[in-house]
Design a protein around this ligand. Sequence first.
Ligand code: NCD
Ligand code: ZN
Length: 356
Amino acid sequence: MKKTTEITIRRPDDWHLHLRDGDVLKTVLPYTAELFGRAIIMPNLKPPVRTRPEILSYRQRIVDCLPSNHTFQPLMTMYLTDETSPEEIRRCTNDDLIAAVKLYPVGATTNSEFGVTNSKKVYPALELMQELGIPLSVHGESSGPDVDIFEREAAFIERDLEPLRQDFPELKVIFEHLTSKVGVDYVLSSGKEVAATITPHHLLITRNDIFAGGLQPHMYCLPIAKREEDRQAIRKAAVSGDPRFFFGSDSAPHLVSSKENAPGAAGIFNIPTALAYVAQVFEEDSALDRLESFLSTNGARFYQLPINSDTITLQKATQPLSEPKDLSIGSDRVRVFRLSDPLQWIVTEGLKKTSV
Ligand code: NCD
Ligand code: ZN
């Protein structure tokens, strides 16, 4: 059979993205805007984006940084805290200001200090969200001192998610950046209310990569990469075409000075290589015919948004591509996610070039 060397798909969306603010926002946003139609914007700024005025203001700062000819649409989220009132959520949904509300268990990841201490505290908010059909986006890790870091996802399902779903069976839940076999099995055993995002890096790396030849801070993110059997499970879910699994980059830029440091910041910036790596994975697993479902249609359907009508084209490179370059920010840099082997795929058409 002839090998596929070129594929055209509807323009993808990114269902989990950190854009940050200020200079970092300005630097990273064009890389997303040239490729993606929309992205779910994570609200874990410092301080977090918790109220309607804060969400409006953050959205405006993003739009202000968009290159002039771009049609990229940021889909905003609200950071849930113990104090979030259902009224504040209602105020943000009347005009569709938010696409989801984000639950960070307190202390689970970067800028989660204001996160939820106990899901019972947010029950009034969840009640309203269930009624209005607003999805809950969850950082699915329990981070108590008694939980092994590689078991955090399993502990979250048992201690937090399953009890919450028993009480709110109709609530739409997105299990963000799924990393474990237990997590995949949980989504598969749930109904259509539960979906999950999967990142490019978790399709490719395991915990071995974090310790290969020393401590590798650029392979460190949360949830932490897990065992090979977990990687295989999320890979199988991603390439399956099952509508409950879709792309969320979890691209999370940190300056190199705070990654190569103690303690090193958790998060991987991957947008410039994300689509190439995802295409590579789908090719390796003979699933290129399902690439569009994962990147461009499953997520929109879950969020009940229109599917993008324009397209992008990816091509298999005929010769090894050069290493992606880090992004300069002042005297610092943001490192682009890459593996030691050269990239194999490249976006050749549909790039929304930045005009000057
Ligand atoms: C993210 C960040 O830096 O904001 N870090 C990460 O390791 N993924 C937060 C998150 O999504 O957990
Ligand atoms: Zn994230």
